[in-house]
Design a binder for this molecule. Sequence first.
Ligand SMILES: [Zn+2]
Length: 469
Amino acid sequence: MVQIVQYLKIYNTLSNKKEQFDPISSDHVKIYACGPTVYSYAHIGNARMAVIFDTLVRLLRFLYPKVTYVSNITDIDDKIIDAANELNVPIQEITEKYTKIYNKDMSELGVLIPDIQPKATEYVSEMIELISDLVEKGHAYQKEGHVLFHVPSYKNYGLLSNRNREEQIAGSRVEVAPFKKDPADFVLWKPSSDNQPGWDSLWGFGRPGWHTECSVMSEKTLGLPMDIHGGGRDLTFPHHENEIAQSCCSSCDIENPNSYANYWMHNGFVTVDGEKMSKSLNNVLLVDDLVKENDGEVLRLALLSSHYRQGLDWNDSILHQSKKLLNKMYRTLQDLEHINVSEKDLNNIPENILEALCDDLNTPLVLTEINSMLGSIQNYSDGEKLDLKVNLLSLGSLLGILQKDPNNWFKIGISSSNISSDEIEDLIEARNEARAKKDFKLADSIREDLSSKGIEIEDTDSGTIWRSI
Ligand SMILES: [Zn+2]
């Protein structure tokens, strides 16, 4: 195991280079990724983050004896308050509904529920403690019901996102309020009106700024420093920069950003047919809709088809490619149905594929390698067939795919086609009768008819089988 672990490399946003992954304790790897703000349905960009970090966690679990994965739910935020006001319902109604939908949609994509999924509202008293500590240490100040972090008090600010001071000010999401001592200062606490959700604090009735929750929840659930902190690229600044500032100026080491998290990983954006997803372009793809038309495994493989740090352009072609590869894998499993494998053997990943995964999660290369291992198996010995099946099933559990019965897989597509399974079975029977009567013309025309409806048939020793293609 030690040998394998030595070659896991990940690109660290903090150092701007690919590094060998060296966990704080190889007995227990700790990872945190920023989860969704639950006020609406998750889109395919949210799903990319969830699938990528789920795949990374599966790989870490393969390499290390124990991994704890934490991914939070942001259930207090102005967008949630706006959504609740619009419908005139309490915010919990919105957040509970969309948390449930998020978890259901992600499970369709094979994303396992994180070991811990903390909710921001359950940690507000700890956030108040963090803010008080920052005020006490001179890194934060109170002004007009707000508490602000004073950015010039932390000299390493900007190190993660590589932004200089002008860029920090220009990129800050919060508008420059007149009461800020410095335009780059950010909000730790803000006042709530009577009809807004809030908590009592030393600074009056109010609610925390977004960034405090991840500093607090990562510390309380994992302990600091953690090994890996991740999220979408848009979180690098200001969210993650602010997390480092808060934690390093409070419980961690102010001189050393690694005292909060050792490795920072960020995934790239998803575009749709070459365009940025936006409400105004009406091209925001919701996972809840996509899973109605595509199998979750097809969507998952499509999300893994480009390297996680690159952009991913979502289009029909990547869906088609993913379905094609999955069909190929399931067809091989179908052909190997008679080979028995035992559950305990399912941790045998081909060396070249493990190497690609350990090279900063190079999933496009993994998919190419899988494609080439699925050659013709006609001339394989039984031993080779057994190895192939073990490899495929092991890869399936590492990548979160191939979790279906191969025979059912080819029937899934039927629901969207214009023919039912009963009709297919009837036509196959009619074809077999025609063949028995040596009416090959009729038999061929039935085969062609099925093929035109997207159904492929194959005559095997145990009868005629069919697949949706
Ligand atoms: Zn976060």
